[in-house]
Design a protein around this ligand. Structure first.
Ligand SMILES: [Zn+2]
Length: 86
């Protein structure tokens, strides 16, 4: 079964952040298998992001990227003081 480690997820996220938002991602992102109903979650309190590992293992890198970019939207909207809700 394919697998990705947190460090790899962190590095990809930092790369995508600069690529798509032209800003550095300065916080942490982790796989969290306790997420069941969502693909990812941005935490307002300490700005870290949790990603459901199934987004990669059950799908592919493109899907993982979509979910990470979605959470990065919440991240940047929140950090720049704009409405970060759906
Ligand atoms: Zn969302």
């Amino acid at each position: 079964m394919k697998q990705m480690h947190n460090q790899q997820l962190q590095e990809l996220t930092e790369k995508w952040s600069v690529e798509y938002f032209q800003r550095p991602f300065l916080h942490r992102i982790f796989f969290n298998s306790r997420l069941r109903t969502t693909g990812g979650r941005y935490h307002l309190d300490d700005h870290h992001i949790d990603i459901n590992p199934l987004m990669y293992t059950e799908f592919d890198l493109d899907n993982l990227k979509r979910v990470v970019l979605h959470e990065l939207c919440h991240y940047y909207l929140h950090l720049t003081g704009r409405d970060y809700h759906h």
